[in-house]
Write a protein of this length. Structure first.
Length: 337
């Protein structure tokens, strides 16, 4: 991008900066979204660097293949989805469907794969079909969320990190093969060791894992501190009360499909989870999807979610620019079930 001395959004003919919604850019393409994306790559990435995200309207994206070609123009590289918390459909060229999640339920705010050693720095979304009602992908600035949370809470998480505990039960939630790309025990164990995940095979064959990660990270470009985790979303309190009680009765409190804890293993109560979600809510920006839209999100600086919706909704996503910040080191071990 040439040095103009102007803010990045001024390089485009029309952009809306609204505190209630992501920066909204109206594309002036010629009907070729791939060519347009390639021509505007550096300027678009500059807007993301300045604001954390940008929604591009008017590209007319229609198919996963077309979205993939645009994504590859804009990302340095794409990475496979490993350790997902819910299933996705896989399309060619590194493109996935949005996460499978009940349409009537809110998907909490989170940073994609923030519990993994290697995660995407850039998220790329394309709306191929917009729902008739709802279904927006809200965003929230992680620096602002960190400032809003009680200092005593963030200081503890900065000291201890957070712990994600998962159990992969047969026929309940995502499978071992879906999470790790294989159901071969030796391969799964090798992955866990390489990625700092403690693991244990239960007597019934289920796999239980624990991984400790930092809750606050410094952005690799700006150096500013960001609240970066899935402490509230992957908490057991995300589950409906009846579902949670049933699973606890069936498998025990220590064998839920997922839950989160303080880094020292102390439980996280429902009030704490709500405190975090209220901090996100205070900084939400949302814009209803329109068919053909493109959304770029800095995954470290900006959290995202999904609102309930009615009607069909087809949004595809790619995980771009994989990164592995300092301080995330492997060295996991097996543990007793």
């Amino acid at each position: 991008m040439p040095e103009t001395g102007l803010p990045p959004w001024s390089l485009f003919p029309a952009v809306t900066l609204d505190p209630e919604s992501p920066p909204l850019l109206r594309a002036d393409g010629d009907g070729d979204p791939v060519r347009w994306a390639g021509a505007h790559r550096e300027a678009l990435r500059a807007v993301v660097a300045a604001h954390g995200c940008v929604l591009v309207r008017g590209l007319g994206l229609r198919t996963p293949g077309e979205a993939a070609a645009v994504f590859r123009q804009l990302a340095d590289s794409l990475m496979p989805d490993r350790e997902p918390f819910a299933p996705r459909a896989s399309h060619p060229d590194g493109v996935y469907s949005s996460t499978s999640w009940p349409a009537e339920r809110q998907m909490g705010m989170h940073h994609e794969l923030s519990y993994a050693l290697r995660f995407p720095r850039l998220l790329l979304f394309a709306c191929l079909e917009a729902p008739t009602e709802g279904g927006a992908t809200p965003v929230a600035d992680a620096e602002a969320v960190l400032r809003t949370l009680p200092a005593r809470l963030t200081e503890r998480f900065e000291r201890e990190g957070w712990l994600l505990c998962r159990t992969y039960h047969e026929g309940l939630g995502i499978s071992v093969a879906e999470a790790f790309g294989t159901d071969d025990r030796q391969a799964v164990e090798g992955y866990c060791r390489d990625h700092g995940i403690e693991f244990a095979w239960r007597a019934d064959g289920a796999l239980s894992t624990r991984q400790r990660r930092p809750a606050v990270v410094r952005h690799p470009v700006t150096g500013r501190r960001c609240w970066f985790n899935q402490i509230a979303f992957l908490s057991e309190w995300t589950l409906d009360t009846g579902v949670r009680d049933h699973l606890v009765g069936l498998h025990g409190a220590d064998s839920l499909p997922f839950t989160t804890r303080f880094g020292n293993g102390d439980p996280i109560d429902e009030d704490l989870a709500w405190t975090i979600n209220e901090a996100y809510e205070a900084h939400l920006r949302r814009e209803p999807w329109q068919a053909g839209d493109l959304l770029l999100v800095d995954n470290i600086r900006v959290a995202h979610g999904r609102e309930p919706f009615e009607g069909p909704r087809a949004v595809v996503v790619a995980l771009g620019d994989p990164t592995r910040p300092a301080g995330r080191t492997p060295g996991a071990r097996a543990r007793a079930a």
